[in-house]
Design a protein around this ligand. Structure first.
Ligand SMILES: [Zn+2]
Length: 335
């Protein structure tokens, strides 16, 4: 991304092994994230920035210390590099690994090849070479599915719970899928886009709420005997969506927030008196990858439907424009 709104695909030098824990992945598919739209729209700086942090592909080369994956393996990687051995990783928070690095900043996987550091800790091989139709779903696991899943876990979605999801982008839709898989009784998707409402219903939403802000909160309370939802997922990251999520959570309830926060300020007294559990941040996708790959491999979930436009990598700029103009929810880029 040369600057806001200016995405170009250009030839760069092939990556090579630098550290013995590196692997070189030949990408099979990558995609554009909702978070890539922040710099695209000029709301985050962009100056000749490599782009992309979601990826699946085939191992082309490994460093001398890589033990768990071999050349030829098909792998899914997290959008954060992690060693998966430090204390933070072992506690399940690989996105805050002591050796963490964001793939978007350090590597950029909207490309045909990528050098992945800490390959053993970051990449998970699939049981074999996937069927073509599984590739979008495996790619979704790299970020949006893993992030939506973490949000649902953080919000303690499960049996007996009413879950409300703020945000109908890819992550919000994946959170609906996760809440359903985790056994939630009722899943309220907050969306005003008919096509996304349909996808939310496909993934397990039981109710759709079109109102936003305080009106949206009032609607959630109306649907929950005036109490608010047990579990609320925030998947946008704005001031309005964050306050909507906090206010829609019942006392003692849990809010999982995974929308990248932009200019959000929570008033202290409101936070204090809300009496809710809060957990969020960049999702530790690596924690969930083995289980998510198994669910996809066994065709128990179909997260790949979240991609509604596929383009060759060379057409990446058109993909950004389509997402920016909301002509697409999520764009898959094929190599
Ligand atoms: Zn670690």
């Amino acid at each position: 991304m040369y600057s806001a709104g200016d995405v170009r695909v250009e030839q760069r030098a092939d990556p090579t092994i630098i550290e013995p824990t590196d692997a070189i992945v030949r990408l099979v598919a990558t995609c554009i994230c909702g978070s890539d739209l922040w710099p695209y729209r000029g709301l985050e700086p962009a100056d000749h920035q490599v782009m992309g942090h979601e990826y699946v592909g085939i191992i082309e080369e490994i460093g001398a210390d890589v033990k768990n994956i071999k050349v030829g393996d098909f792998v899914v990687g997290s959008f954060v590099i992690s060693d998966n051995t430090c204390e933070i990783c072992r506690s399940g928070y690989q996105s805050k690994c002591v050796n963490a690095a964001f793939v978007s900043v350090a590597i950029g996987t909207q490309s045909d090849k990528a050098r992945i550091p800490y390959a053993d800790g970051t990449l998970v091989p699939t049981p074999g070479q996937p069927d073509e139709d599984l590739i979008p779903s495996l790619l979704a696991a790299s970020d949006v599915l893993g992030t939506g899943w973490f949000a649902a876990v953080a919000a303690e979605a499960g049996p007996g719970k009413t879950v409300a999801v703020v945000g109908d982008g890819a992550v919000g839709l994946m959170a609906v899928l996760a809440a359903k898989q985790l056994g939630a009784d009722r899943i309220i998707a907050m969306s005003r886009h008919p096509d996304r409402q349909q996808l939310a219903l496909f993934y397990g939403a039981t109710d759709i709420v079109v109102e936003r802000g305080d009106e949206g909160v009032a609607k959630i309370k109306e649907l929950t005997n005036g109490l608010g939802a047990h579990s609320v997922i925030e998947a946008v990251g704005t001031q309005e969506s964050t306050m909507q999520a906090i206010r829609a959570t019942r006392p003692g309830g849990h809010m999982g927030f995974v929308g990248v926060s932009h200019d959000v300020a929570i008033p202290g007294p409101e936070l204090f008196f809300s009496e809710i559990h809060l957990l969020g941040g960049p999702a530790p996708v690596r924690r969930f990858l083995p289980d998510l790959i198994e669910l996809i491999w066994d065709r128990k979930i179909d997260p790949g439907r979240v991609f509604d436009l596929t383009l060759p990598l060379e057409k990446a700029a058109a993909g950004y424009a389509a997402m920016d103009e909301r002509r697409a929810t999520k764009v898959l880029l094929r190599l």
